[in-house]
Every structure is written in C-alpha cells, then in structure tokens.
Design a protein around this ligand. Structure first.
Ligand code: PDD
Length: 281
C-alpha cells in the first residue's frame, strides 16, 4: 500500500485527507516541486528545495520546514514505496481557512508529498516526441512554481487530444516553454533557450543542461526564439525533471530536420543520464 507524507506524518495514501477549505483546493493557492529518483536516490533535490523556498517567499507562505527534513521525507518516500526510479512530488498550500481571497490571519500551511515509479533512464520517448504549439494563456509570474495551472492543463490536454506528447507554448509566436518543461533548439551547433524571467519557470533540469553544455563545449545562447525558428531548427529538445532531456522530432505536423533525434540532443541526454547515475550511486 503506497505511503505518502502529510503535515508531519507518514500515512497510507488512502488515509491521507485534506479539508475542502484548503486554499490549495479553493484558489490554487500553493506551490509544488517534482524531483527525480534514480537508483533509489534523490536527484538534485537540494536545488528543487531552493526553488521551493523561492516560490514560497514569492507568495508569502511561511517556509517552516527545514531543507534537511524535506530531504529526509522525500528520501523516505522513495525508499518506503520501493521507488528505485521515479519521482517525488511535494506541495505546500497556504492552508485551511474560511473562503476569503486575502491571506487569512491565522493559518498553518498544508504540506504533503508522495512518490511514484517512472522509467527515466530508459524512457521510450528518447526516440523522439512531438509537440503541439498552443498560445501561452498564463499569468505574469510563471517563475513561481504555482499549483494554479489551468492554462497548462488546457495546453497539455490540447496536445494529448492531438496525439502530441507535450505542448509548446508561445506568446504571439515567441516560444515561452513547454506545458511542464523547458524547450530548446539547436541551430548551427549552438544550443538556444529562452532566458529566465517571469515569463518561464527556471527549470532545474534547464540549469543542469546549461552546465553540461558548457562542460561539453557546446555553445549556448540564452535567447528567445520563435515557433518559425523552431520549425526550421537543426534540432529541438525539451527538458524537465520528469523527462530529463528528450529529443523533439516533430512540432505540429512539421518534421524537425530529418526526423531523427539530433546529435547535440543525444549527447546532452547521454551526459545528463551519466551525471544522474554518478550522483545517485
Ligand atoms: N514541471 N516549465 C514548466 C512550466 C514546468 O512545469 C516545469 C516542470 C519545467 C521544468 O522544470 P524542472 O526542470 O525543474 O522540472 C519548466 C514539473 C515536472 C511538473 O509539473 O510535473
């Protein structure tokens, strides 16, 4: 029986309950993180927890749980649930209070986390995925990893309905990011991705890919690109904690280059997997 963690205790998932007055449920008033588990161990969880603190500060939820406690909870969830390879999800909401939009005076944040197995190293999607372009309907603080994600739900549903793996969101033709990933192109050997700002989430995987690219001597340009430039790119790729680095071989009904995963993409993916394996041994 899967075990989750809720407000300080490990409990069977089926026994974990949250109030209907939780502001996460009422307003999407919360933030979250997703970290990978490889070889039964957390990958880059410390970086995810730094971003969690940033998200909490941005929306004024007290950051009460020490990093060491989160790390222990996350690791225990992977271990207790036998998750050798997969994900740990964690969420913090503002808490339970009578429904009123401004922050309640006395409120204790709701915190929970759970683990799930997922194939990451041998992901079949490494053969290449298709993205569907959709308008980015979100707000102006996409740097906050908020649980208010109706725009992404709609974007990713459109992608799934069209048989695509992920959405590629754009503002008037300028690519922002994937529905739950960052997107990149390669042009003449240079890796290109949108610079971080309040327009996108600063992906932890994105950061690591930038580091790996620098180490591998792959030129990088943090610069916004258009859907048209993506269609004409030599390679396209996406990154996230749930998919690491995946080649994008089609966008809408257009095939990228010759339709095969590109060499820079596969080099970055291989380096990412090698690093993940090394750090979790
Ligand atoms: N999403 N951009 C958005 C909008 C995201 O939701 C995510 C992650 C990313 C990639 O960030 P990272 O590399 O830190 O995973 C970029 C998670 C995986 C999710 O919602 O499931």
């Amino acid at each position: 029986m899967p075990v989750c963690w809720l407000n300080g205790s490990f409990v069977a998932e089926q026994d974990a309950h949250v109030s209907i007055f939780d502001r996460g449920l009422l307003f999407g008033d919360g933030v979250y993180e997703v970290a990978a588990v490889v070889n039964g161990r957390l990958l880059d969880a410390d970086r995810h927890l730094v971003r969690l603190s940033r998200s909490l500060a941005a929306i004024g939820i007290p950051d009460t749980q020490p990093t060491a406690v989160w790390l222990d909870v996350m690791q225990q969830l992977a271990t207790q649930n036998g998750v050798h390879e997969g994900l740990v999800y964690l969420q913090v909401t503002r808490g339970v209070a009578e429904r009123d939009f401004p922050f309640p005076a006395q409120v204790v944040p709701t915190m929970f986390a759970y683990a799930r197995p997922k194939l990451l190293l041998a992901d079949p999607n490494a053969a290449g995925v298709r993205l569907l372009t959709v308008p980015d309907l979100r707000w102006q603080r996409c740097d906050i990893k908020s649980t208010s994600m109706l725009a992404q739900v709609l974007a990713k549903q459109s992608a799934r309905a069209a048989g695509a793996f992920e959405a590629m969101m754009h503002e008037d033709g300028l690519v922002t990011e994937g529905g739950s990933s960052n997107v990149w192109i390669v042009r003449d050997g240079t890796l290109c991705t949108r610079p971080t700002s309040s327009d996108i989430l600063a992906g932890i995987t994105r950061d690591v890919v930038l580091e790996i690219a620098h180490e591998a001597g792959v030129p990088v340009r943090e610069r916004a690109f258009t859907v048209t430039q993506a269609l004409a790119a030599d390679e396209c790729l996406m990154s996230s904690a749930t998919s690491f680095v995946l080649p994008v071989t089609r966008i809408d009904d257009h095939t990228i280059a010759d339709g095969a995963p590109g060499p820079v993409t596969m080099r970055l993916r291989a380096a990412y997997l090698a690093r993940a394996t090394r750090l979790t041994q």
